[in-house]
Design a protein around this ligand. Structure first.
Ligand code: AMP
Length: 282
């Protein structure tokens, strides 16, 4: 497994690999790898000849008030896990290399980022799309794997790729959960024992609503009420949003008459967790 920190070196190698006819699959992450990330790597391993993982805690997607400096980091553990999944290259750039002095160019997806997490984190997705476009230009992947866990991020990046004719295939990977159903997240490490227990109500709530949908309930507000009731019963979570949206555009809908998604963000103490599930007849 090769460790590369220079964007120029990574880009040069990617161009050489492409010239040799190698298919590059790419998993961008912020590190502190857990089973969710590893699932993306395993899926990437199957879909390409060369598997590239990037580990970069991107400052432009954090607001000044957010947890950038405290974001969990575990380089040693990450490298061991990446190796275990058959990663060929780990791209590990520094802030100075990604945003050198004089940096001034950003990419914005306007509609998909308006609501949900975009409403409470207004600068977040601009940072995400900018760094992902930079990473695509550096790593030159044929296929990029992203988690459904960050559903708005997935839709936003799919939109960017389509709108800008970026030649990469985007694959969404289903959310990996703890045994009890909590969506795996690097931020779960911040939770106290009480918060961890109460956080379980998020997945329980959305899955109760999903079950009601499968049993025929199509009214979005009623589905929201089912989830909300369970989450409120856990007392600790403070709901930021709980919404039913069109699965492709993320526009809010009142009746689930097309593929849709139930999405939640909630605070447990200072930790903001997100989760979502599909509302569709498969
Ligand atoms: P992050 O390091 O949190 O920026 O996440 C890197 C990638 O891993 C993103 O595409 C996430 O959507 C994905 N991811 C994070 N948690 C999970 C999970 N529990 N299941 C599947 N994918 C995940």
């Amino acid at each position: 497994m090769q460790l590369i920190s220079s964007p120029q070196e990574m880009q040069k190698l990617a161009i050489e690999l492409r010239a040799k006819g190698k298919r590059i699959s790419f998993v961008p992450t912020m590190g502190a790898l857990h089973e969710g990330h590893l699932m993306l790597l395993r899926e990437g391993r199957k879909r390409g000849d060369t598997l590239v993982l990037s580990i970069y805690v991107n400052p432009t997607q954090f607001a000044p008030t957010e947890d950038l400096s405290k974001y969990p980091r575990d380089k040693g553990g990450d490298l061991a896990k990446a190796k275990g999944c058959g990663t060929d290259i780990v791209f590990f750039p520094s802030d100075e290399m990604m945003y050198p002095k004089g940096y001034q160019t950003y990419i914005e997806v306007t509609e998909a980022t308006k609501g949900l997490c975009g409403a409470s984190r207004p600068t977040h997705f601009k940072g995400v799309t900018t760094v992902v476009q930079k990473l695509i230009n550096i790593v030159r992947p044929h296929v990029m794997l992203l988690g459904e866990k960050d559903y708005q991020q997935l839709v936003t990046i799919k939109t960017m790729v389509k709108d800008l004719n970026i030649p990469v295939e985007i694959v969404g990977v289903p959310t990996v959960r703890e045994m009890d159903g909590l969506a795996m997240s690097s931020r779960n490490a911040y939770l106290s024992r009480e918060e961890r227990e109460a956080a379980l109500s998020l997945s329980k709530g959305i899955f109760a609503a999903q079950k009601a949908f499968k049993n025929g309930e199509k009214n979005a507000q009623k589905l929201i009420n089912i989830a909300e009731e369970m989450i409120k019963a856990a007392k600790l979570p403070r709901i930021d949003y709980l919404k039913v949206c069109d699965a492709d555009t993320l526009k809010e809908i009142t009746t689930v008459d097309r593929p849709a998604r139930l999405l939640i963000a909630a605070y447990l103490g200072k930790t903001r967790l997100i989760d979502n599930c599909a509302l569709e007849n498969i």
